[in-house]
Design a protein around this ligand. Structure first.
Ligand SMILES: Nc1ncnc2c1ncn2[C@@H]1O[C@H](COP(=O)(O)OP(=O)(O)OP(=O)(O)O)[C@@H](O)[C@H]1O
Ligand SMILES: [Mg+2]
Length: 412
């Protein structure tokens, strides 16, 4: 990807050696690496291959032994310690595996810290820290200390702290190493949003294949050398992966449902019914209605009630069978009773609308004498009876739907 933009990171033949007793450890060997602004890069490789050493050099925590490191056009590798501390504070945000938050210090104070080093006044510091915490979804946790936060929340505080100075570059060494799958994906989704919406360049080290798959570029290290550098045309979208996971109560090990009423409610309700389950329900309705029509076609000359019953009956049977089994596969567990009730209501209302349309067509197009007589008889009873009839139909069909869903995929 050749661009006219100045690279954000340019390493030229960088080597890093550590003296270890008598021996010399060559942690990086002649690394050439260009990273443009706005890239999302994952660094992978076996333990000891030099990934953290590279991050330390990129983050101006350490100097290359040989070679040059230019960051945003500044020859960062050769600056003094003080100058490099300044570059770090201005250009780089860090996220670590262990979060590295100050204990017994609130989220807000932790996030304010880099601004304090810059000598920014208390009022502005507070406002910017609040905004950064809000941008990682923690506006309601600003006064919690790290031990009052879950792992994922602590990592989000660390991300807010890295972001509060508005750095163009975010470096993350195993940011999801201490997190479970769901929380890792949440952190990744947040990083992808920052990369996409704010153009922040992200460079992250990971051991996990799933995490690396979220990056547009994956660089592999072995024995201090870059052994591959690949562009991924279709990186995984962490937010989409997250949406496809079963709901938290099945998956997450974070047990904060007890003290968080919103979580407890979500656990009981089972979360939203995935859109695909609705689609499956209506597919079932369509298949069932066709089966009902086919049944009617071979049994002619019935009254309207007899004509409608097989269509609704088949539609209900197919739709509940498809919905219950598909939802169980998709969610990894049967629908909760609340989810059953919600999807039953939706499907029933749609079925009712379809039945109304079918009735109208029957009357207008090719109404058998018996159905005209039926509708006349109904119409003569007046509006209250019609409304009561429709309401009764909704209740009966809705209940049947609910019971069939439970029958096809019971909760233990
Ligand atoms: N300060 C140090 N002094 C001496 N040797 C070091 C130092 N830091 C790293 N090394 C060595 O350099 C090599 C690369 O280490 P590095 O921490 O970069 O690996 P890594 O790829 O991050 O591994 P991991 O996946 O386990 O974190 C290792 O052999 C390590 O022992
Ligand atoms: Mg490491």
């Amino acid at each position: 990807m050749a661009t006219a933009v100045e690279p954000l990171i340019a390493l030229t033949r960088v080597s890093k050696e550590y003296a270890s007793g008598d021996a010399v450890v060559r942690a990086l060997r002649e690394v050439d690496l260009i990273i443009e602004p706005g890239e999302f890069v994952a660094i992978v490789g076996t333990s000891g291959s030099g990934k953290s050493t590279l991050m330390n050099v990129l983050g101006c925590l350490d100097r290359p032994s040989v070679g040059t490191y230019e960051l945003a056009g500044i020859d960062a590798g050769r600056r003094t310690n003080d100058a490099r501390a300044l570059i770090r504070n201005r250009l780089i945000g860090f996220i670590f595996q262990g979060f590295n938050l100050l204990p017994r210090t609130t989220a807000l104070e932790n996030v304010e810290l880099p601004l304090q080093y810059r000598g920014i006044k208390a009022g502005e510091r507070r406002a910017r820290a609040m905004a950064a915490l809000a941008s990682v979804g923690l506006a309601d946790r600003v006064h919690h200390t790290p031990n009052q936060l879950s792992g994922g929340q602590q990592q989000r505080v660390a991300i807010a702290r890295a972001l509060v100075t508005d750095p163009p570059l975010l470096l993350a060494d195993e940011p999801t190493g201490n997190l479970d799958t769901r929380t890792s994906l949440e952190v990744l989704a947040l990083l992808q949003t920052l990369n996409r919406d704010r153009g922040i360049t992200i460079c992250l080290v990971t051991h996990e294949h799933d995490i690396a798959a979220c990056a547009r570029r994956v660089i592999t290290f072995r024995d201090g050398r870059m052994v591959s550098d690949e562009l991924s045309p279709t990186p995984l979208d962490a937010a989409a992966e997250l949406a496809a996971l079963p709901p938290p109560e099945v998956y997450s090990k974070e047990g904060d449902a007890d003290d968080d009423p919103a979580m407890a409610l979500r656990k009981r309700l089972g979360g939203p019914v995935p859109f695909a389950v609705h689609v499956m329900a209506f597919f079932g309705v369509a298949v069932g209605a066709l089966a009902g029509l086919a049944y009617n076609a071979v049994v002619l000359g019935m009254t309207p009630a007899q004509l409608v019953t097989p269509i609704v009956g088949f539609a209900l049977a197919f739709d509940t069978l498809f919905t219950a089994t598909y939802a169980r596969r998709r969610l990894g567990r049967p629908l909760t009773s609340d989810q059953r009730a919600r999807i039953s209501l939706h499907v029933t209302l749609v079925l009712l609308a379809l039945a109304g349309i079918a009735a109208l067509i029957m009357l207008k197009v090719r109404a058998p004498a018996s159905s005209v007589a039926f509708f006349d008889a109904v119409a003569q009873r007046g509006a209250p009876i019609v409304i009561a009839g429709v309401a009764a139909a909704v209740v009966v069909v809705g209940l049947l739907h609910y019971l069939l869903l439970a029958l096809f995929a019971p909760r233990k």
